[in-house]
Design a binder for this molecule. Structure first.
Ligand SMILES: [Zn+2]
Length: 512
């Protein structure tokens, strides 16, 4: 009997799979149980060819391999190495494989290929009490990010076999040259310098709104004509957010590892991610899903960072509707026939929209030809539960020439981020005992109850509610913003001015 361990990923959750192999006396054959039909034949072919080309063929006797538990959904290729090692142990070619977790795909030539999701797989296995890991060379750095994991990386099956006491006589240890250059396992954060607030000319109100959004974790909607700088502002929001804490960084890196669309993850992702899927992107690309076990989409890759939807009314209605779930719960649960997977998706949402469908309505000298009906329909696409979660609505106008050439010193991202960090600390101290990370998560009940402000300071706000200028929801939003403004100002609680500024910001927006 041969044994080896592998990990099945369901969403971000990994489950240990025991691979058992048995030798029979009947006709030479290779039987694999516990994998879905579709990937079974592919796996068998790959495994047989890899073993053959490594000098340790599996064809001498009948081998039955069983993946336990069979009920777990599994994707084929990540189990290749565990399956072949269990089979080789059963055949007596290698020894003591039973306590090691093997995570690699096999090439037909016996090469080990990196697999997606090594980080969350190793995390799950370590949590389950396992310490020994064998992965493809290109996955070593990622696997080693997990404390408590002892990781060995190899280029080929033959090399792995040597380390598990195989007789080296027939092994093919020299691999043919790879057809394509192996991907360099460099850092997952190869980027240019982060965009800086110092590049933003003028836009005093927008800068302030961005700072408040960053400090309180508020979702933000910007309305303005094309060329007003909405994208420029949005892509500067992540830079205002503090580095991710250890556990957050691990979680974010795990999602990006599983997604596999970016470069190999060679180090923890410490900076809040920024995702800006185009409105023509599919619902699967944005929300997640796909065939087989559902994969994460842009919304999950934006976890602990920023999700920017430019020209938001143009997105597929299903995408906008699906985003309500993560805004509510911080995660996306995806149901597919192959199984249900859930991915964290606690992002800060930034929406941008033109003032009208044609984008030409600027207020002055407008060439806009949109009918009132067309305009209303455009914004109606965003209405309701999605906008209910957006605390800040902001009008962004094109910057004037005077502002562009103005010599006034502009604050850098570094300077603003320092204030944001201090404001976040204040919120943690105040809201931590309620299990809340920031003002954006505080309910109106909490703000009108435990954190009730003196009537004199909310007089303006109360009047706006009484006269119908504000809805009850709008009232709570202004309170949330006022607290963030107070946190940025270093006040113990919002004073009359903080409430007044929050109310102004709210009323300059589109609705109440
Ligand atoms: Zn128009």
């Amino acid at each position: 009997m041969g044994r080896a361990l592998a990990v099945a990923m369901v969403g971000l959750n990994g489950h240990i799979v025991e691979v058992e192999a048995d030798i029979g006396q009947t006709l030479p054959n290779f039987i694999l149980l516990g994998l879905p039909d579709a990937s079974l034949k592919e796996s068998i072919d790959r495994i047989k060819a890899a073993a053959q080309n490594s000098g340790i063929p599996l064809s001498r006797r009948k081998i039955t391999v069983n993946l336990v538990p069979a009920s777990l959904p599994k994707r084929g290729s990540a189990f290749d190495l565990a399956i072949v090692m269990a089979a080789l142990e059963a055949a007596g070619d290698v020894r003591r494989t039973g306590r090691t977790v093997f995570l690699a795909e096999l090439g037909l030539d016996g090469r080990l290929r990196p697999v997606r999701g090594v980080l969350p797989a190793v995390m799950a296995a370590v949590r389950a009490g396992h310490e020994e890991f064998v992965v493809a060379e290109d996955n070593v750095r990622e696997a080693e990010l997990v404390p408590g994991a002892r990781v060995r990386g190899y280029l080929s099956l033959a090399q792995v076999a040597v380390d598990f006491d195989a007789d080296t006589q027939d092994l093919v240890l020299d691999l043919p040259e790879p057809g394509v250059a192996a991907p360099a396992a460099e850092t997952g954060e190869v980027r240019g310098p982060a965009p800086d607030m110092a590049d933003v000319a003028g836009q005093g109100e927008a800068r302030l709104a961005l700072e408040i959004a960053a400090a309180g974790g508020h979702h933000l909607m910007m309305v303005g004509p094309p060329g007003a700088g909405k994208t420029m502002l949005a892509e500067r929001l992540p830079g205002l957010l503090p580095d991710l804490q250890d556990a957050e960084a691990m979680e974010v890196t795990a999602i990006h590892s599983l997604d596999g669309s970016g470069p190999a993850v060679g180090q923890l992702i410490r900076r809040p991610p920024y995702e800006h899927p185009h409105h023509s992107a599919s619902a699967v690309a944005i929300v997640g899903g796909g065939t087989g076990i559902p994969r994460p989409g842009a919304a999950s890759r934006a976890h602990r960072g920023v999700l920017f939807l430019d020209e938001a009314p143009e997105y597929d209605r299903r995408v906008l509707d699906a985003l309500r779930q993560p805004l509510e719960s911080g995660e996306l649960v995806l149901h597919r026939s192959a199984g249900t997977a859930s991915y964290p998706a606690r992002f800060q949402l930034v929406l941008a929209a033109n003032p009208c469908p044609c984008g030409k309505a600027t207020g002055k000298g407008a060439e806009c030809t949109c009918t009132a009906m067309a305009r209303r329909r455009y914004f109606d696409r965003l209405s309701g539960p999605l906008l209910d979660r957006v605390d800040i609505q902001l009008h962004v106008n094109r910057v004037s020439l005077a502002e562009l050439s103005g010599a006034e010193p502009r604050e850098s991202t570094h300077q603003v981020a320092a204030r944001v960090l201090a404001a976040k600390e204040r919120q943690r101290e105040r809201l931590g005992r309620f299990g809340l990370a920031g003002n954006a998560e505080a309910s109106g009940r909490l703000l009108r109850g435990v954190f009730r402000l003196p009537g004199a300071d909310t007089a303006l706000l109360d009047r706006a509610l009484d006269t119908g200028q504000l809805t009850a929801r709008g009232y709570d939003r202004v309170l949330r913003l006022a607290w963030t403004i107070a946190d940025l100002g270093g006040h113990d609680r919002p004073d009359r001015d903080d409430v007044g500024l929050a109310l102004t910001m709210r009323q300059r927006g589109m609705g109440t």
